[in-house]
Design a protein around this ligand. Sequence first.
Ligand SMILES: Nc1ncnc2c1ncn2[C@@H]1O[C@H](COP(=O)(O)OP(=O)(O)OP(=O)(O)O)[C@@H](O)[C@H]1O
Ligand SMILES: [Mg+2]
Length: 640
Amino acid sequence: MTTQCVTLNDGATGFPGGTATTDLIDILDTVDVPIVVLRRDFILVCFNKAAGGVLRLSPSDIGRASRDISVLAGLPRLEEQCSQVIASGGESRADFRDGDKWFVVRMSPYTSGDRQVTGTVLSFTNVTAFRASIDQVIYERECTKAILNTVADPLVVLNADQRIQSGNRAFYTMFFQLAPLRTQLKKLLAGGHGFQPVEVDHVIPGEGQRTLILAARPLALPGHSERRVLVTFQDITARKQAAATNDLRAIAERKEELWRSEAFLAEAQHLSLTGSFSWRVRTDEITWSAQLYRIFEFDQGMPVTLELIGTRVHPEDIPLLHDMIERARDAGTDFEYELRLQMPDQSIKYLHMVAHGTRDQEGRLEYIGAVQDVTARRLSEQALGKAQSELAHVARVATLSTLTASIAHEVNQPLSGIITNASTCLRMLAADPPDVDGARETARRTIRDGNRASDVIARVRALFTKKESTTESVDLNEATREVIALSLSELQRNQVMLRAELVNDLPHVTGDRVQLQQVILNLLRNASEAMSGVDDRPRQLLIRTEREGEDRVRVTVRDAGVGIGPQAKDRLFDAFYTTKSGGMGIGLSVSRSIVEKHHGRLWVEQNDGPGVTFAFSIPGEPLAPEGERKSLEKPVDIKV
Ligand SMILES: Nc1ncnc2c1ncn2[C@@H]1O[C@H](COP(=O)(O)OP(=O)(O)OP(=O)(O)O)[C@@H](O)[C@H]1O
Ligand SMILES: [Mg+2]
């Protein structure tokens, strides 16, 4: 079908005649947009080929009124709009749907040669695909919106002017003040980088205070130069609350732990009878643990002062307390003291105190210390010391009883001397004339022998009767000589050759003279007994005193006896270890404990030749200045 036309007005066609008209008609037929021309009275006068195809117009429709043509009747306000176009000379538009097709109908005035508007040209632009794509876009947008609305955290897109472009429901529900973030957002939108997430607290109506993390990220949309930014708000309220709850729980647990460890500490302090304290030296602020109050028997919590402490300290230890306080104030270093308390019932408590000095940033000195009630330990140490003394005494008595024979001999000798001298004296006095000078001389010898006997008895008495240990300055050479004197008869009986090398400038030692003599006596006896079966060599015994290093004194006893087997060596010092039929086996164990009580040590060494050497060394007292010391004495071979 080609363009169909009828005359528009009084039998004239709407198009000028001639070749141009024919060409125009041909041209319209090439356009695939349906074009329909209506006369002023809405009579269809012309339509092109596309209109025939698309709008299903047929040549028989020409000359009919538009309202009678079914497809045009579908345009509801067609006649009204056409009238306006004709009247105004302007254009009009209308949307038109034909089946599943959509058109935009453009209505333009048709002007005849004399510029009279004689009708309307309707052009139908098919916008079906366009509308479909718009619908699709709308649908996609709605989908996206629906999805974004399901996101619980607010989201918003801002343009370069920080105007809100779009936001999800959560964003609009929670009303946000973006003002405080303007500067940062501006920087970001200006192209700066590094928008740091910000934590903000925000009150949301109906929900109360929420904590949100604000983050912003630039949005780059392909084909769009405009900068936009997506701002997200992450609600971390629940997380923070959980963390806070956890923190609270952790704090509660820590408090519980702390309470338990404090309880443990208090219990441990109670059990170990140890209290603790702190002392701020500048202000004399003193803090005590509960146990320390118990030790001092003060009411719990009463303010502690140095004066108050002084009221409990044993009167004899008050100078010590003052000394301790003075030193601590000056030095700032750690200190350790033993103090006694005298309680209201006059009982004595022994305390052992250690303290550690620290300084804070301003240099203020504070001591943290512990005080242990060592009364029980001290009392048991005293009891132990007493028991040891008793044991030492028993050992001594046992030793002396075996020496009875030689002691009797020692006493006997001067006694028979006395008798002989006394008889001689009597004889000399009875002579005529009496030999007075001779009698005087023999009387003198009698006195000498009497003194000798009395000396022996005095020594024996000292060793026998003394139980308590006493401390004095002891000359070990002298003590050794006395022991030798007591043992001479015994050694003689055993045919022992004793050599004594007693160094003359030997420092004195501080200790118990009798106990130290007991050690020497035991070593001499053991040495002598170890040689009692030796017949193939001289029974030589060497006793030596000497200085050891700068400040110690050593006594050595060397024999040529049977020696000691490797197994016996480990047991020698055990109590009741003996290889002798009449031995008790406590000599060496008592000797060792005596030496240790004197802060010394006792040991044994195998000789190069036969026999062994026992030695002990103990601290000596400070020596006299060099010039005042005596020269060394020559060794003495004591004839026995
Ligand atoms: N100089 C020595 N040479 C060899 N053995 C020794 C010597 N001194 C001690 N012993 C050994 O060590 C043992 C223990 O000596 P310790 O003095 O303790 O007791 P004891 O002499 O046997 O008896 P006691 O209690 O009467 O002194 C001795 O029995 C002896 O076997
Ligand atoms: Mg012995």
